[in-house]
Design a protein around this ligand. Sequence first.
Ligand code: AMP
Length: 280
Amino acid sequence: MKIVTTIADLRRLTGDDVGFVPTMGAFHEGHLQLMRTARNNHESVVVSLFVNPTQFGKNEDFSRYPRNLTADAEMAEAQGVDIMFAPEVAEMYADSPTSIHVPEVSDRWEGAHRPGHFDGVATVVAKLFHIVRPHTAYFGRKDLQQCLVIRKMVRDLNIPVILSFEPTIRTENGLALSSRNAYLSPEERAIAPKIFETLTGIAERVTRESLTTEEMDRILSDGRIYLERSGFVPDYLEWVDFSTMAPLRNASEPGAIIFAGRLGTTRLIDNVILRSEFAF
Ligand code: AMP
């Protein structure tokens, strides 16, 4: 595997059939699974490792975000990745850079709780698409709203790339793998699986019973209270339409139960997709 830090070097090395996995590093099985899927489908695999400053808010964890290039490079190489693109911030951004805003789907949930976050994501992903020129780019469904923002951007701007959204990889007890799980204390780690327990509990009721709007409001509010009592500070727990992320109360539409909240100083997000056969 080659590690390159400049756009010019990357350009010299990439071919036509590139599978691309954009990441911020601190690899876990979620990242590695995306790399293996790309490896199975393409002549060459490019992984980018860039902790993108523009998608972090002022009081967020940009400076303490876990960084370990050596361990990450070893893990990526073991999955058969050909090239790791790991630019410095100065290689990616000039002064007063142009920014992309994807309307509507960016504005709710993560967008509301992390103002500017999706502009940072959309802009860096668009730049990476132009730099890497992949055939297909692979993303994880754990960041569901991010998938939908990128999908809309690619459609609206006619970016010539195929998108593949892959299932969330979890620990045995259901906790979605995340680089931020490294911040959790042992006590918090024992509590964190309650997110998935709550989401799947709600998802089962939504699919099994024909619930009224009032019953659904109640189930979501009970879920929120349960998580609060377990130690979380929820930002949201909602049932949303799969394409627009607008609140949903009709089980025949493709939807998802979404959660974000803090456990101690760590912010965690997760979702369970309903009727996933229609989802992407
Ligand atoms: P990140 O490094 O957190 O920006 O994540 C890079 C990519 O890996 C994104 O497309 C994420 O959605 C995806 N990803 C992160 N965690 C998981 C997971 N547990 N399962 C599947 N994909 C994931």
